[in-house]
Design a binder for this molecule. Sequence first.
Ligand code: NAD
Length: 381
Amino acid sequence: MARLNLDGKTIPMMSICMIGGGGFIGSHLCEKLVAETNHKAVVVDVSSEKIDHLLDRSLPWAHRIEFHQLNIKSDSRLETLIKSTDLTINLAAICTPADYNTRPLDTIYSNFVDSIPVIKYCTENKKRLIHFSTCEVYGKTIGSFLPQEFRKDPKYFILKEDESPCIFGPINKQRWSYACAKQMTDRLIYAEYAENGLDFTIVRPYNWIGPRMDFIPGVDGPSDGVPRVLACFSNSLLRGEPLKLVDGGKSQRTFLYIKDAIDAVALMIDNPEKANGYIFNVGNPDNEVSVKELAELMIKAYAKVSGAPASSMSTVNVSSEDFYGKGYDDSDRRIPDMTFITRQLAWKPRTPLDELLDVTLQYQHRTYSRAIERELSKPTN
Ligand code: NAD
């Protein structure tokens, strides 16, 4: 049966060049595209590890997914792939906070310089672009600069795509290298739209989490690597170590289940008339907790999954300088305004935080607990 878009029109089959499509978000988007649409995914990434389960040539969708192993920094095949597909989705990035102040050059090149050719090829070849930005582009909130008595009012923390300013710390706080590079990319895309008619959609994810996010250090990533908070806390739970709360885990964040998020991206893909020319916040304001509360919820969920008592799991405070090194900084709170995405795409998040943590920790336990047990049982020299 033909699939219909929000205007009741048949959705045409599209070929989609997914740059960075082998990562966390890309892997879930690929699953959705092959299983629920008739679109074709042309995946570009340096690694296919997270989508290998979709690439087996015996699978029914084998003719609708292909993988091109290439580094977009230095590969002339990129332009050909963008030219030969209908839509480009750019997900490629260095996007782990531990890198922003320790590898600022790689962060800036990856999030700004490397997207310049992608944007140029889309404009020159009149191809539609869905680009992944970040909620970090908003930087710090107005609320964080106000006297304490004003800080409770959510209006100082709610971030609106076309109204909120982008407020970063000083240059020596290199944490902002990521946000600033992403902002420049957003501005370049917007300028191409304004001057050259580029058809664009910018997505601003707010902490999308779920299975396959990042890596577990020492198992499927470097043992000294520092992934994003979900994988950091999962790693501590799997190893029976205290969960490290940076500066007491006071920062508040909203968390969105990856499957809900992918539904929003699919709506953007299938409804260009409603998505082109817009920037969309994609988050779940109902799932707001402090990082400390997130740690406590993850302890509760992991106790259920692993059978170990929650009392055997704990948290410990660490300073941001000890954890992330010099030049780290943070935003106190970020709440997405959802007016735009609800109006344009009739999308709303569905999954509450406790449910999404249950699913995710079941996955982490199933995928990693044996490998960690083996590692921990090895004799130390
Ligand atoms: P991810 O790290 O899992 O995926 C990024 C992918 O890009 C990786 O597979 C990586 O190998 C690939 N890549 C990076 N540089 C490349 C290059 N030069 N050539 C080819 N491939 C390259 O990250 P993710 O969570 O899937 O995020 C995807 C996008 O969404 C990023 O732009 C990120 O900044 C943005 N984002 C994500 C979140 C979130 O909640 N997950 C939040 C804010 C922004």
